[in-house]
Design a protein around this ligand. Structure first.
Ligand SMILES: Nc1ncnc2c1ncn2[C@@H]1O[C@H](COP(=O)(O)OP(=O)(O)OP(=O)(O)O)[C@@H](O)[C@H]1O
Ligand SMILES: [Mg+2]
Length: 411
């Protein structure tokens, strides 16, 4: 039970942490990319400015300067393209040129060529003497290196996030264990207390019950009102005995112990219970059907299993109005046995269904329908079924009916 809570806690802790790490990594990447891209464009602009400053005129036209250190351009995957004032190309240096026509509106152009894209920056070339426009120079560079740097960054961030998450799950495992320890301990103490208290209550209750019984054996000696009072005491003592027995059963069953391992015939148990509840069935004119043809055997404790089905049948009979239908069905699928108890009773809302196995929980409509009951029956049934390695499930619809299903492993 605590194991599940622990993993849920760990999972929520890790998801919060992963979300934070993700946001952090994303922010780093965005800032880094913007910065790198800016630097890239700046360096192209600087190169373009120096090329434009050194541009020479030949007869009023741009002369492509062959003195420019071409090798360096090639090494750095760069290129220069020269254009006349009308935007017509007049020459180029280096390989990594853009094939796009010169665009005078935007000074930065990017083009996808093959695997990598190329970015170009266009600058005007001005005559130093009279300040007139003599053409344009477009400096371009392959973005290969840029993308490589980004890929490295992604790798670093990704593996960093993964390693941090792995380490923090280890830490989280340790932390949640530490955090659950005191809760587990106090839960253990509470269980111990419930067990001890109900155990201690047994003998005084027994004393009251026997004394009342003795007193009621000779009603001649008492006034008529006294007999009534003694009866009330007997009833109260009876209820309290039932409650303490239930609590004791629950507290004991919590201390995981494997039940008896005898071969139990479920079909026989069900038929005996049907017989036992026949008076109640007749009084409420309920149509009780049992659809179980072949014997079903499980390994377990007959007393505990009888208790499970008794609780389910009692509920079905209690929470079904006069003239209703209660159907018990058994089934075997592979290595699983299914026994379902279905009624056409008052039913429950989806919200109520979540609490149905809680100790001391009773639905409001159940209280007004049937005033007796502690709300422990299903908690006990569930605990006993789980003790047998099985599962107790329920489906229900308010005002329509409920169906409780016990699943047990076949031997
Ligand atoms: N077949 C059913 N149809 C409708 N509601 C049900 C049915 N079975 C259980 N419930 C609801 O679940 C609640 C808990 O059932 P549970 O058997 O644990 O307690 P109880 O019957 O109220 O008391 P007791 O401890 O005597 O069994 C009931 O009070 C009722 O509200
Ligand atoms: Mg009940």
């Amino acid at each position: 039970m605590f194991q599940k809570t622990r993993y849920q806690l760990l999972l929520s802790y890790l998801s919060v942490f992963a979300a934070l790490l993700g946001i952090f990594a994303l922010a780093v990447r965005v800032v880094f990319t913007t910065n790198l891209s800016q630097k890239f464009t700046e360096s192209l602009t600087i190169l373009g400015e120096s090329a434009a400053a050194e541009a020479e005129l030949d007869n009023g036209h741009l002369k492509v300067d062959n003195d420019f250190p071409i090798n360096e351009l090639i090494i750095r995957h760069q290129a220069l393209q020269w254009f006349d004032p009308q935007g017509h190309p007049v020459g180029q240096q280096g390989q990594y040129t853009l094939t796009l026509p010169l665009s005078l509106n935007t000074d930065v152009q990017t083009e996808q060529t093959g695997k990598f894209s190329i970015r170009g920056v266009t600058l005007p070339v001005i005559n130093n003497d009279d300040g007139s426009l003599i053409g344009y120079v477009r400096v371009s560079q392959s973005l290969e290196e840029f993308h490589e740097t980004l890929a490295q960054l992604d790798w670093g961030l990704g593996s960093g996030v993964m390693i941090t998450l792995a380490l923090s799950s280890l830490g989280g495992l340790w932390l949640t264990r530490k955090a659950m320890q005191p809760i587990e301990q106090s839960f253990q103490r509470l269980k111990q207390f419930t067990g001890d208290a109900s155990h201690e209550l047994r003998s005084p209750l027994m004393a009251i019950t026997t004394n009342v019984e003795v007193a009621l054996e000779y009603p001649e000696g008492m006034r008529s009102t006294d007999a009534k009072k003694f009866n009330a005491i007997a009833n109260a003592a009876d209820q309290m005995t039932r409650l303490t027995e239930d609590l004791l059963l629950l507290a004991r069953n919590d201390q995981v112990q494997s039940p008896l391992q005898e071969t139990v015939n479920l079909q026989e148990i069900l038929h005996k219970l049907v017989e036992l509840y026949q008076p109640q069935v007749d009084a409420k004119e309920i149509n009780l059907r049992i659809k179980s043809t072949k014997p079903l055997y499980v390994l377990g404790d007959a007393v505990q299993l009888t208790r499970v089905f008794a609780n389910l049948m009692q509920n079905a009979l209690q929470y079904t109005p006069t003239g209703g239908l209660v159907e018990i069905q058994t089934n075997q699928v592979d290595w699983q046995l299914y026994v379902s108890v279905k009624d056409t009773g008052i039913g429950m809302t989806p919200e109520q269904l979540q609490h149905v196995f809680d100790r001391f929980w009773r639905a409001d409509q159940a209280r007004s329908y049937q005033s007796k009951g502690f709300g422990l029956g299903l908690a006990i049934a569930q605990s006993l079924v789980q003790n047998h390695g099985g599962l107790l499930t329920v489906t229900s619809q308010l005002g329509v009916g409920s169906c409780f299903t016990v699943r047990l492993p076949a031997p």
